[in-house]
Design a protein around this ligand. Sequence first.
Ligand SMILES: *[C@@H]1O[C@H](CO)[C@@H](O)[C@H](O)[C@H]1NC(C)=O
Ligand SMILES: *[C@@H]1O[C@H](CO)[C@@H](O)[C@H](O)[C@H]1NC(C)=O
Ligand SMILES: *[C@@H]1O[C@H](CO)[C@@H](O)[C@H](O)[C@H]1NC(C)=O
Ligand SMILES: *[C@@H]1O[C@H](CO)[C@@H](O)[C@H](O)[C@H]1NC(C)=O
Ligand SMILES: *[C@@H]1O[C@H](CO)[C@@H](O)[C@H](O)[C@H]1NC(C)=O
Ligand SMILES: *[C@@H]1O[C@H](CO)[C@@H](O)[C@H](O)[C@H]1NC(C)=O
Ligand SMILES: *[C@@H]1O[C@H](CO)[C@@H](O)[C@H](O)[C@H]1NC(C)=O
Length: 263
Amino acid sequence: MQFKLDLTVQVLVAFCFCPSHGFHHKLPRNINEKPTTVVGGVTVIDTPLVRAAQVYARQYSDDFLYNHVMRTWLFGVLFINNNATLQNTTDLEVHALGALLHDLGLGGLSLNASFITENRRFEVDSGFAATDFVKDQVEDADESSDWEAQRLQLLWDSIVLSSEPKFSLYKEATVQTVTYGVLIDLSNSSGAEYNISSADYNGVVADFPYLNFLSGVNQTLVELATRKPNSTYDSWQQAFGDAFVPHYSAFGYRFLDIFNPPA
Ligand SMILES: *[C@@H]1O[C@H](CO)[C@@H](O)[C@H](O)[C@H]1NC(C)=O
Ligand SMILES: *[C@@H]1O[C@H](CO)[C@@H](O)[C@H](O)[C@H]1NC(C)=O
Ligand SMILES: *[C@@H]1O[C@H](CO)[C@@H](O)[C@H](O)[C@H]1NC(C)=O
Ligand SMILES: *[C@@H]1O[C@H](CO)[C@@H](O)[C@H](O)[C@H]1NC(C)=O
Ligand SMILES: *[C@@H]1O[C@H](CO)[C@@H](O)[C@H](O)[C@H]1NC(C)=O
Ligand SMILES: *[C@@H]1O[C@H](CO)[C@@H](O)[C@H](O)[C@H]1NC(C)=O
Ligand SMILES: *[C@@H]1O[C@H](CO)[C@@H](O)[C@H](O)[C@H]1NC(C)=O
């Protein structure tokens, strides 16, 4: 009984008295002690897996989408570099893979990639495509000791939640920072709002320009709502279907409809 009470108090302390800290994640020792290289002016982790992920992302992305995932990675690293807590708690290899592979479910759509499903949200397609990619790679490269189940889960979460900051920003640092990379990229704000210097920001954009980013993403999300309407109902993606896809209707599939059944 005493034990139960202690546990309750500990849980309360962890979750009630520190409400803004999200989940703490103790990193495996030395996990970030890996070779580095410079990409877009930013010093980044350089492992065979991270290099292979860039090739994989390139294979399944149009130019505008590839540049978006590269900027997402690099902006995320710049954001981490400004914050000692994030530096101490982000798994940099998982962060890189999460950023690089987070849009596979969009990029693979027009190519009918094998990881595209009929009804799952594109983020879920991306998440499983990424964890399957890592499993294949570590099998080949015999790096499996680094890839425990927890890192795969962190990768999956960082991707699947990357489009939902209302959840992801309260998760582990690795999950947060993949989303921050996306947010910084979408903000198109020269980085100032996120404490990134304009020199760093411009260095990234010079090597990975936006190109036709706005119209490209718009067209891709319209294609998503056309090809996988079920996956888009009641998400932020629904608006693209409502606005631009003939005969698209979420009516009857929304949360609202459970409580207000269509007559
Ligand atoms: C650094 O990141 C942590 C974790 O997200 C956050 O709680 C903290 O406010 C950040 N510090 C600054 C100065 O932004
Ligand atoms: C980060 O880790 C270093 C080395 O363990 C430690 O000295 C420092 O206090 C930590 N900083 C934060 C903000 O957690
Ligand atoms: C992918 O599938 C769609 C729908 O079935 C089809 O219109 C398109 O031509 C296919 N694309 C490729 C590259 O096979
Ligand atoms: C970013 O902002 C600039 C103006 O500051 C604008 O010309 C450009 O189209 C914007 N790009 C995106 C992708 O929002
Ligand atoms: C930018 O830095 C300031 C000062 O350290 C901090 O209060 C603020 O939270 C930071 N902004 C972000 C988005 O981290
Ligand atoms: C978005 O796509 C729709 C449908 O193709 C198109 O009508 C609209 O002009 C597009 N918007 C932009 C900004 O490209
Ligand atoms: C979409 O969902 C509905 C209702 O769950 C189902 O009847 C339909 O078969 C689904 N469409 C596809 C393409 O699976």
